[in-house]
Design a binder for this molecule. Structure first.
Ligand code: HEM
Length: 127
């Protein structure tokens, strides 16, 4: 009881820096840039809201956009296993860049691996 949430342990400022560093990489990644909008401002804003609640902070994403239904929201975007891997690599590098480490990073990243796998909706062959 009364334990700090991962969101509290990371802090709003570092989470915000993380998301910015992450989309900076996404926007340049050869496997990913083609499925993302050129302007990632709004995507980053929504991701900050989503990750806040994913990490146990206030439900900012749901308040503005309703139930996350993340797999359903990703279905319009062809997500191959390779793209999921590239997404995770961008996140891992962004975590290093902002100095997010230790148990909170490990716990967070392990969950993201599972969530990223869950978003895969097409094979390389079908693409
Ligand atoms: C939106 C790709 C995994 C959270 C999007 C969009 C794309 C995308 C193309 C639409 C961007 C836009 O039009 O603004 C991917 C790929 C993934 C992946 C290739 C690889 C597995 C994840 C994971 C999470 C996540 C693991 C959460 C932990 C979000 C959120 C949005 C989003 C919150 C915004 C949804 C909205 O429009 O309300 N993603 N995504 N994505 N993604 Fe992902």
């Amino acid at each position: 009881e009364n334990e700090a949430t991962p969101f509290e342990r990371i802090g709003e400022e570092k989470l915000s820096m993380l998301v910015d560093a992450f989309y900076h990489r996404i926007g340049r990644h050869p496997d990913l840039m083609e499925i993302f909008p050129d302007d990632l401002t709004e995507t980053a804003r929504k991701q900050k809201q989503f990750l806040t609640q994913y990490l146990g902070g206030p439900p900012l994403y749901t308040e503005e956009h309703g139930h996350p239904m993340m797999r359903a929201r990703h279905l319009p975007h062809p997500i191959t296993p390779k793209r999921a891997q590239s997404w995770l690599e961008c996140m891992s590098e962004a975590m290093d860049e902002v100095g997010l480490d230790g148990p909170v990073q490990e716990e967070f990243f392990s969950r993201l691996i599972l969530t990223a796998r869950h978003m895969v909706n097409i094979s390389e062959e079908e693409l």
